[in-house]
Design a protein around this ligand. Sequence first.
Ligand SMILES: Cc1cc2nc3c(=O)[nH]c(=O)nc-3n(C[C@H](O)[C@H](O)[C@H](O)COP(=O)(O)OP(=O)(O)OC[C@H]3O[C@@H](n4cnc5c(N)ncnc54)[C@H](O)[C@@H]3O)c2cc1C
Length: 226
Amino acid sequence: FDAVVLACGMGAVPKLGIEGEDLPGVWDALDFIERAKLGRDVGVLGSRVAVIGAGNTAIDALTCSKRLSPGSRVTCYYRRGAAQMTAYAFEYAFAKQEGIEFRFFAAPARILGNGRVEAMEFAQTGADAKPTGETFVEPVDTVIRAIGQNRLLAEIEALGVAHDGGVVRVDESLATSVPGVFAAGDCIFEKGAGEAMVVEAAEQGKVAARSVDRYLLGTTSKAASL
Ligand SMILES: Cc1cc2nc3c(=O)[nH]c(=O)nc-3n(C[C@H](O)[C@H](O)[C@H](O)COP(=O)(O)OP(=O)(O)OC[C@H]3O[C@@H](n4cnc5c(N)ncnc54)[C@H](O)[C@@H]3O)c2cc1C
């Protein structure tokens, strides 16, 4: 190809890195939401659902769980407080209105169960999100982890473009450090700079397309000096 636009998005939800994580009943929020929204079977969620994390994806997982299983007690566990949630205030308000509960200052410590999820141990955290030394156990039947998304390092590094921890570096024309390679969407999303939203990705797609056009017409040949 003479030009490439990298728009691979982001990857799976990272593992929590705790004991019991591979037990049946533990979900990656993206797999769960995808199945739920496509009307595919997600099995029996049980009477208690725990969603770990408090961002936009967590809210989707919480509301999907509640709607799929209205009788279940659906709780969001987050290691910081309500003020630090990355979900929008309107999403938080909506979730509470749906009957979803929030337990703040609780970090996942262990998932317990014999053959499938039965309970979860949490570490109580302080204002700095660090464990205080106190723990508590909650009975749960389903755990959904929604603690962000991995970056697609293999794809990014295969193209040899400069990046910061998996966030592809681009200039204002969305050129990367490799001539002829442009990037748009979630793969260039950096916390604190814009939003990881469809409307942003679509706009960046247009900017990248114009930049590819200029590049192919020879009106610019430069890679970004990143
Ligand atoms: C649960 C959830 C809910 C969201 N809700 C909203 C919302 O309500 N409103 C909103 O505006 N935004 C929402 N977003 C964010 C929005 O989905 C993203 O910002 C947007 O989809 C980014 O577009 P993108 O094209 O960069 O990446 P994506 O839409 O993720 O597309 C990337 C594509 O690249 C493909 N791909 C990856 N690697 C490869 C490879 N090696 N080879 C070939 N193909 C590959 C992927 O399969 C995927 O199809 C939500 C995100 C999540 C996770």
